[in-house]
Design a protein around this ligand. Structure first.
Ligand code: PAN
Ligand code: ZN
Length: 193
């Protein structure tokens, strides 16, 4: 496709304003789309029955694979948890290791969880005002650890294929829970099972 930026090359660094520009696609993920991702499946089922909360929404401008340009998208993760486990994005690998990505936090508080295919993982607090470069071989998931929406902008090359299956099956090595001290990181007892 032609770039909408051919004529409009300045865009605001604001998730709400970006998603209302009139191009790109908007999608939302509810708890029912993510229910087998959370530790306490029983509690997830209950919440789905009550109001099936929106966990996050994404606005994306994705280019044709193999085409020109840089794909971009904003994600807003709403505040909340399932039995203490903070709301997060599904998380994925990029199918090819050269599929690097840039993350730019816009507002709110959150973490970026990364992991190799062998389960070597890290958890990084994302700070507004800093840019985060995610090498293509790392799975990545974001977590809202605050009490307000957590928004960030991502930039990636159009040729990237998103692999959701691996994380859907194995989970992430570390999980992030609400605690009296703020957050508590625990090893995922079901990782790889
Ligand atoms: C991001 C993610 C976005 C939603 O744009 O796609 O935050 O997370 P999931 O795709 O894991 O549901 C990105 O990493 N793109 O490559
Ligand atoms: Zn990605």
């Amino acid at each position: 496709m032609n770039s909408p930026f051919d004529n409009q090359f300045k865009v605001p660094l604001d998730a709400n304003k970006l998603s209302s520009l009139g191009f790109g696609t908007r999608s939302e993920r509810r708890l029912s789309d993510l229910k087998n991702y959370f530790q306490n499946q029983e509690r997830a089922e209950e919440l789905i029955g009550e109001h099936d909360p929106v966990i996050y929404e994404v606005w994306e401008l994705e280019y044709d694979k193999g085409g020109r340009g840089i794909s971009l998208g904003t994600t807003t993760i709403y505040p909340g948890d399932v039995d203490g486990e903070f709301f997060f994005t599904r998380g994925h690998f990029h199918a090819k290791d050269d599929g690097d990505e840039v993350y730019i936090p816009l507002s709110g508080e959150g973490y970026l969880a990364v992991s190799t295919r062998e389960g070597v993982s890290d958890l990084v607090a994302l700070e507004v005002g800093l840019l985060y470069y995610v090498p293509g071989h790392l799975a990545h998931r974001t977590v809202n650890t605050g009490d307000s929406p957590f928004s960030f902008l991502c930039l990636w090359a159009p040729h990237i294929d998103h692999d959701y299956k691996t994380i859907n099956e194995s989970g992430f090595p570390e999980l992030v829970f609400r605690s009296q001290e703020g957050i508590r990181v625990v090893k995922n007892p079901n990782y790889g099972k």
